[in-house]
Ligand binder design. Structure first.
Ligand code: NI
Length: 150
């Protein structure tokens, strides 16, 4: 499985709204595999398809509890609010304090086209919101209250 090139802030693909996936075929499954490989190789906890130059609504996340693959994810419930530090593989070396919902429920399709529902709080809630933002062309640096290096 090849590791893909991660697009950096300033790349146009990171600024546009990604398209919903209408058919989960072999190409999409390969992309999911390659995205996971790319995320792990870069030591990330999440990666959205636009970050590898593919403008589709696909996300992979692993906050240390195993891989989560989400196709066409949508936040269907949200609660509370929490400020925490975020980084992004597309913005290397920079971190920022971002306010997010403390808990979110996300509905998506898995690689078999089955509807799944994920309930996350803490780091998982943050990763879900950060990655879904990527699908809407939003980078955390646009939301951060303060930014710092390293
Ligand atoms: Ni990111």
């Amino acid at each position: 499985m090849p590791v893909m090139e991660i697009r950096k802030a300033g790349d146009k693909v990171l600024k546009i709204m990604a398209m919903p996936v209408d058919k989960i075929d072999r190409k999409i499954k390969h992309l999911l595999d390659d995205m996971a490989e790319t995320m792990y190789a870069a030591d990330g906890v999440g990666l959205a398809a636009p970050q590898v130059g593919v403008s589709w609504r696909i996300v992979v996340i692993d906050v240390g509890e195993g891989i989560i693959e989400l196709i066409n994810p949508e936040i269907v419930a949200k609660e509370g609010c929490e400020i925490g530090t975020e980084g992004c593989l597309s913005v290397p070396g920079m971190y920022g304090e971002v306010e997010r919902y403390a808990t979110v429920t996300v509905e998506a399709l898995n690689r078999n086209g089955k509807k799944i529902r994920i309930n996350g709080s803490g780091l998982l809630a943050r990763a879900l919101q950060h990655e879904i933002d990527h699908l809407d062309g939003i980078l955390f640096i646009e939301l951060a209250k303060t930014m710092h290096k390293g």
